[in-house]
Design a binder for this molecule. Sequence first.
Ligand code: PLP
Length: 429
Amino acid sequence: MSDKPHSFDTLAVHAGAAPDPATGARITPIYQTTAFAFNDADHAARLFGLQEFGNIYTRIMNPTQDVLEKRVAALEGGTAALAAASGHGAQLLVLHNLMQPGTEIIAARQLYGGSVNQLGHSIKNFGWSVKWADVEDPASFEALVNDNTRAIFIESIANPAGLVTDIEAIARVAEQAGVPLIVDNTMATPYLCRPFDHGANIITHSLTKFLGGHGNSMGGILIDGGNFDWMASDKFPMLSQPNDSYHGMVIGDVFGEAFGHIAFAIAARVLSLRDLGPCIAPMNAFLILNGIETLPLRMQRHCENALTVAKWLDADDRIDWVSYAGLPGSANNALAQKYTPKGPGSVFSFGLKDGFESGKKLVNNVKLFTHLANLGDTRSLIIHPASTTHSQLDEDALKKAGAGPEVIRVSVGIEDASDLIADIDQALG
Ligand SMILES: *Cc1c(COP(=O)(O)O)cnc(C)c1O
């Protein structure tokens, strides 16, 4: 056997997994149990004291979840990962590790609608707040940095227009500010874009989307880049200060010292997940792991189909504009070639000439596309963001988020592209 590191496609099938040591089962079993027996009293004490890692209780750790975490960490090139019940659950765990009452996050305003809600409304209850920047203008992030800033949050491919983000430019702003850059890599997946290679410090995913890939399970994950110095300032007390709830157990009680390049992922597990509780179900971890095995094959087909459909729309009279970074004429195409050379995913938006009414007609008349609020399924999906995912925004915010009344968002699946085109053609009437 050579020591050559395995390539991405091999890791997608194998990383983190081995035949089950107890039974020889080749596929990672669904460890459908809440708790795990200790070997003896000393073993139990070592596990609780974090002197030894091991299974205690499924809220904190489970062997099926563990394989999923190792696989996604390997695909992203991170040091460690922590799965959660949903993408939003993972985002909450990340923020909980970083923020204190009175602190702020700077986020791109072009985000998944649910993230606009989470950051714009719900986090206020924790005493945290958001400032919105424009993903197409890295200087707009810089202008919002102050002493209370604790993180910058962007999507690698931004919702809903499918814009590829200049991650390196925004990473420089974060580095200058001494705060981590969090990249939601859901729309790209690590197959198309690897944010740690461009300066990200923490990655989040909704596993619900392309990674699981089949629209059957909710899940989320955070990945630690192992490349941020938590001890460099007093901004992140969860990592740099002694933690009372592990008093006397962790070396020096300080996570940033004791766990070095995996400190963020460990603290997210044994502090934030332990106490907030959004753990992933073993069954969902299993289904998502199976999905990930075919991620490279699916993403190739998703991208090919998206480009074919986008080109057809672009040439059609009934369509006003198409925002797909993969189109050679797109203003965003240069960033797409840099950050997503295999293709900028399969979620993009387009505008109908006749605006709101023809948008409603289109989503009502499609037969093969499904009208629903999801993306990253093998099936093709369509939605009218202004009346659904982004309906809480006012007209100005809708426009700024790229979700005006004439906008339709599609998530192009892995069916035959000519069938997808025929379906849109008949639905446009
Ligand atoms: C779906 C999604 C989320 C939220 O994930 P859930 O699994 O639905 O909680 C976050 N970001 C992006 C880009 C998404 O598409």
